[in-house]
Design a protein around this ligand. Structure first.
Ligand SMILES: [Zn+2]
Length: 150
């Protein structure tokens, strides 16, 4: 019997979008990440222990929490303590320790969902009963993006 289970985890971070007038200004979200895992029930009657799935997800999200999320499509000048760069024709300088350069071209819900899906899939492949994964990233309650596949 194949069943879908889900958990929700959150993190808070700042970002801006490249190529968008309003969202090109720095702002923050309390991002909500929903992870849906599909699989055969194992001997105890669950797909995966909720606590294990939450811990795996937390570990992936912790690196983003209370950070400035930056895309990898920008040329950064690292002066030792700060990242200096130009984006949307504006000059920025942020303390390096407050930033994460995320391996996506623009920090959108869509790209974050795709990235987190890939990262989670790598780990969940070790659970032989799992056969489906969907990751939904919401930047607000009423808007978000999902990526699914296995
Ligand atoms: Zn935003």
């Amino acid at each position: 019997m194949s069943v879908k289970i889900s958990i929700v985890k959150t993190f808070s971070s700042a970002h801006f979008l490249i190529g968008h007038e309003k969202c090109g200004r720095i702002h923050g979200h309390n991002w909500k990440v929903k992870v849906i895992v599909e699989g055969e029930l194992e001997e105890h009657g669950w797909v995966i222990d909720f606590t294990i799935l939450k811990n795996i997800t937390d570990e992936l999200l912790n690196k983003f929490d209370h950070k400035m999320l930056l895309p990898n499509s920008i040329n950064y000048k690292d002066d030792g303590g700060n990242l200096n760069f130009t984006a949307n024709s504006k000059k920025y300088s942020f303390p390096k320790e407050d930033c994460v350069i995320v391996p996506i071209g623009n920090v959108t819900c869509e790209n974050l969902a795709y990235l987190l899906h890939n990262e989670l899939k790598e780990i969940l492949k070790n659970f032989k009963n799992i056969r489906g994964l969907e990751v939904m990233v919401n930047e607000r309650d009423e808007q978000g993006a999902a990526f699914s596949g296995w």
